[in-house]
Design a protein around this ligand. Structure first.
Ligand code: SAM
Length: 198
């Protein structure tokens, strides 16, 4: 349930603010930050950034430029606030997956909504996405936005069914390698995959 007031949270080594109507960060966000392979001087783009955790982590790991985007305008505001609060400079914009942003990056991350179900508002798009449109747009646009030798990382969960994300990736010519998994609440398992280019 979305909270009605901003609150503070600690996760993945960050003290940060969560605004109302924004995904607060959970086991999936944490393991994405753990495995995030960004080298000093690289560029990194966190799609569906929420509170901005993976973008902040990329900056902390030494990225020279980090972009963070989200479709939810409250998440955009939230990630901007967390960038200022932590002193980790991240450029934050609103976009539907890649939107009309015509740039290439060394690293791209996406912790998407996992469940094929119609979302009714800005908060529900954190979890629900009818026909998994966001991940389909992600795989469709990925190669146009990755530098040569660029890397992409995507999260998923047992409640979204692993075969679903693997099949979607395959339809767009990609395969996935599991980098990390962790049990969260109610025995749900969260995963981070590296996306392998064809
Ligand atoms: C599971 S939450 C993850 C948030 C954050 N990355 C984290 O790990 O804590 C999914 C995020 O994707 C965003 N989102 C959903 N559909 C999107 C779309 N089509 N384009 C961009 N962002 C989207 C949601 O607003 C939400 O912030």
């Amino acid at each position: 349930m979305a909270k009605v007031r901003p609150f503070k949270k600690k996760l993945a080594g960050f003290d940060y603010i969560v605004l109302p109507k924004v995904f607060k960060g959970s086991t999936d966000s944490e393991i994405l930050c753990d495995v995030l392979d960004v080298k000093k001087g690289e560029t990194s783009w966190d799609i569906g950034t929420g509170t901005g955790l993976a973008a902040l982590q990329a900056k902390k790991r030494g990225a020279r430029y980090v972009l963070a985007t989200d479709l939810n305008p409250f998440a955009v505001k939230n990630a901007k606030e967390n960038s200022v609060m932590t002193g980790l400079k991240v450029d934050v914009k609103q976009a539907d997956v890649f939107g009309d942003i015509d740039k290439k990056f060394d690293v791209i991350t996406f912790n998407p909504p996992f469940t094929n179900h119609q979302a009714r508002n800005n908060y529900e798009i954190s979890f629900w996405d009818k026909d998994n449109k966001a991940v389909k747009k992600f795989f469709a646009g990925l190669n146009k936005h990755l530098n040569k030798n660029g890397r992409a990382f995507i999260c998923w969960s047992s409640f979204g069914k692993i075969r679903v994300i693997k099949n979607i990736a395959k339809c767009y010519g990609f395969s996935l390698t599991e980098l990390k998994r962790k049990k969260g609440k109610s025995n749900l398992v969260y995963y981070v995959f590296k996306v392998n280019n064809p």
